[in-house]
Design a protein around this ligand. Structure first.
Ligand SMILES: Nc1ncnc2c1ncn2[C@@H]1O[C@H](COP(=O)(O)OP(=O)(O)OP(=O)(O)O)[C@@H](O)[C@H]1O
Length: 286
């Protein structure tokens, strides 16, 4: 378990405040708007930054007292990792593995295979696309098989196949390990997530099991086909999705009660739940 107690972390005029947080084995999705403090929290967890106030402990070891040991158990993917541009993929990964105390080639080779990097092993980093670099950034965090893994928007710039592959890999990796990933697209992680942590303006607004994320929501989700005139009656924020069909407009709407006869209540997705939680006051009149 990782514990955060009474942390206050100022970043410019912004303040991240976490009174108490416990992180357990499994995959925790860290969600929140731009600027909510996700990267700041991940930097604290990764020991890139030291808490100005409060403490972070990893299985009862406070980072300040056991920094080298704790760091040896941490993997971190920042949002903007800079890689050595002149090195080839293979040389870079071997070099980074050695820095982490891994001197066997097998873990490097395995990760190159798992993240489908074989075609780029002898290519210099500067010649690689952003998506391939992002995969390398994830791979470098896994080289020493860390117990604690923190990823800041790991799927940025990955195509749909690569996203699926990375999610599957991380889901397996999180078995028995603490993995925290800041993400913007929630639905693609739905089957993978064990816990959800929602940060809003530097404060925790939700912390719990992934299934609980969709419980006791103040609004419901409705689907069906409506006319263009009917659509105009709904505020933009309540329309989660719409598509023009021959017979009208298919919509997915959020509202407290049946917005129009003929619409059907459907299960909210992870993404619906986020919008309902964040903007519930705006939906109550729909
Ligand atoms: N180096 C910095 N100097 C001043 N303010 C900063 C700095 N880095 C971040 N901030 C501010 O701190 C707040 C939290 O930023 P943070 O990057 O942690 O948010 P985030 O949730 O990760 O956002 P995003 O989804 O955009 O990455 C924001 O208001 C941001 O503008």
């Amino acid at each position: 378990m990782i514990s955060i107690d009474y942390v206050r972390q100022p970043v410019g005029s912004f303040m991240l405040e976490v009174e108490q947080l416990r992180l357990y084995p499994g995959l925790t999705l860290l969600v929140g708007a731009n600027g909510a403090g996700k990267s700041t929290l991940l930097k604290l967890l990764a020991t890139v930054e030291k808490p100005r106030k409060g403490r972070v402990t990893y299985q009862q070891r406070e980072a300040g007292d056991y920094l080298p040991l704790v760091r040896s158990q941490i993997g971190y993917v920042p949002s903007d990792l800079e890689l050595y541009e002149e090195m080839t993929t293979y040389k870079l990964l071997v070099y980074l593995a050695e820095l982490k105390g891994v001197f066997q080639i097998e873990p490097v080779e395995r990760l190159i295979r798992d993240f489908r990097l074989e075609a780029y092993r002898n290519t210099r980093i500067k010649r690689l696309s952003i998506g391939v670099r992002r995969r390398i950034a994830i791979v470098q965090s896994l080289l020493a098989q860390p117990k604690f893994l923190f990823l800041d928007e790991p799927l940025n710039a990955l195509d749909s196949g690569e996203r699926k592959m990375a999610i599957t890999y991380l889901t397996r990796y999180a078995l028995g390990r603490i993995v925290v990933a800041a993400v913007h697209e929630l639905n693609e992680w739905e089957a993978a997530a064990n816990h959800i942590l929602w940060l809003d303006n530097g404060r925790i607004r939700f912390e719990g099991e992934a299934a609980e994320w969709k419980w006791n929501l103040p609004s419901k989700v409705w689907e069906g086909v409506i006319t263009r005139e009917q659509l105009c009656r709904f505020p933009e924020r309540s329309v989660m999705f719409m598509r023009e069909l021959k017979e009208g407009i298919f919509v997915r709407l959020v509202g407290d009660r049946l917005p129009l006869p003929g619409l059907e209540e459907v299960q909210p997705s992870m993404e619906d739940a986020y919008f309902i939680r964040k903007f519930s006051a705006n939906f109550s009149s729909v």
